[in-house]
Every structure is written in C-alpha cells, then in structure tokens.
Design a protein around this ligand. Structure first.
Ligand code: IMP
Length: 178
C-alpha cells in the first residue's frame, strides 16, 4: 500500500525455526493418544502459520477451518467477534489443536474456546504465533506461543492491514497507521 511504511520485525528464518519447534511439541503432546486429532485453522489470519505448522506435526490428523472476523479491516479491535465460517464436522470426543495467528485483546480466542468447548471435545490445545500480553482485556488459555510481542500493529505471514500484506513471508511492523 502506497501510504504505509513497513519495518521487518521477525524474519522468515526465525518464524520457520519456531514453527518447527512448536510442531515437535504438539507431536509429543498427542503421540500417545488414540483419539482422533483435528487441527483447526482460524481464518483468515492463520492460514500461513497453519499450513506450515501442520506440516511439522508428525501424526495423523484432519484439517478443519473456522472463519471469524473481529477487526473489520481497521487497526484497532472492534471487540466484536463474528463467526463467518463454521466447522464441517462434529468435534465431540476428539482432540483439537486450535491454531490462531495472534492473540491481541484475547476476545477472539475466548469466544472460540467457549464456542468449541460447548461441543464437548476431549481436549483443546491452543496455539498462537504471536501474543501481545499488554493488550489483553480478558484472560484466555494459550498453550503454545510462537513469539510474545509489544502492543504494536504487525502484518505479514497471514496478518493483514486493510486486507493487504498477508502474503509476506515475514512479520513486519507498520510504522505510520493511527
Ligand atoms: P483479539 O480478539 O483482539 O485477540 O484479536 C484477534 C484478531 O485481531 C486476530 O486474529 C487478528 O485477525 C486481529 N489482530 C490483532 N492484532 C493484530 C495485528 O497486530 N495485526 C493484524 N491483525 C491483528
């Protein structure tokens, strides 16, 4: 976008190293379970993290997708979470890995956890690539965090600003947004 300035923040190499570490942790966590495993991608932001991370989980699993929108293209959270796409299968009695791009206020993760728990899965393990602890307005359970970051707006590797920058292979800070 012509009026925004980006500065590289987390490199592609650092992301890939961390993604492979989390993949190994998840593999160890579920390798002795006989229950079906489902990896849930929270669209749109986690599509890239999800596709890399699931390739590092060395177990049989099925892939499911949930759509949520909370930012509506702005750079500050509206605080309102809306489900735009639901799972295509029941999750009762199954192990779930819920994969998010970023936990900012925590409202989205909280909403998703409540929603999924009501469907009685066996266990939900939550993963987020990025976490902004200082932005939290509600506590939520995060089992694996890629990187803890400051309360700044970031883009790339699935994350957008007004729909752009999701295709960057690295994470960048946007310098000049309000
Ligand atoms: P939360 O509900 O405030 O935790 O926000 C979660 C959602 O807001 C994420 O899934 C992202 O889509 C979006 N979001 C939060 N912070 C950022 C950011 O720094 N860059 C891009 N999107 C963000």
């Amino acid at each position: 976008m012509h009026n925004t300035k980006l500065s590289k923040f987390i490199t592609e190499d650092d992301i890939q190293k961390r993604v492979s570490e989390i993949g190994k942790l998840l593999t160890d966590q579920f390798k002795n379970s006989k229950d079906p495993l489902i990896a849930i991608c929270v669209l749109k932001g986690s599509f890239m993290f999800y596709s890399d991370l699931t390739r590092h989980i060395d177990l049989d699993l099925s892939c499911e997708f949930l759509g949520v929108s909370s930012y509506h293209g702005a750079s500050k959270s509206s605080g309102e979470v809306k489900m735009t796409l639901d799972l295509s299968t029941p999750i009762e009695g199954k192990n779930i890995i819920l994969i998010e791009d970023i936990v900012d206020t925590g409202l989205t993760m909280n909403y998703l956890l409540k929603n999924l728990e009501s469907r009685k899965p066996k266990k939900i393990v939550t993963v987020t690539l990025l976490h902004k602890p200082d932005a939290s307005v509600i506590p939520c359970k995060i089992d694996h965090i890629g990187f803890k970051i400051e309360n700044d707006f970031v883009v790339g590797y699935g994350l957008d600003y007004q729909g752009y920058y999701r295709n960057l292979p690295y994470i960048a800070q946007v310098q000049n947004i309000n």
